[in-house]
Write a protein that binds this ligand. Sequence first.
Ligand SMILES: [Zn+2]
Length: 115
Amino acid sequence: MIDEQYLDGNQLAGPLRDVFAVEVSAADCRCASCGLTGPLATLRVYAHAPGLVARCPGCGEVMLRLVRAPTDAWLDLRGSVFLRIPLPPDPVGPVEADRRLVGEPVRGLPNPLDG
Ligand SMILES: [Zn+2]
């Protein structure tokens, strides 16, 4: 049963800005329960729980929990398969960035995975 007293996913933007130094409201996320993928802003946010609870608009399962304590933030993403966060272009370019991720050396650039 889905409670209809929810806020939209934009309510997560401010609290998550404290955790991530990037704007996450434009991020896409995928529900681990039903596979629905869409913008974080489409999640249904319940603020009357301890912290914030964001549920999938498709199946109602919990995708994200955020509790802000005085000195810590607790972020539970176990209900999400991923968050895809838009970022400014990588200055080294996508090919070099992909090689860097898999640890292949890039000619002329130091490999950050090498000690
Ligand atoms: Zn779902």
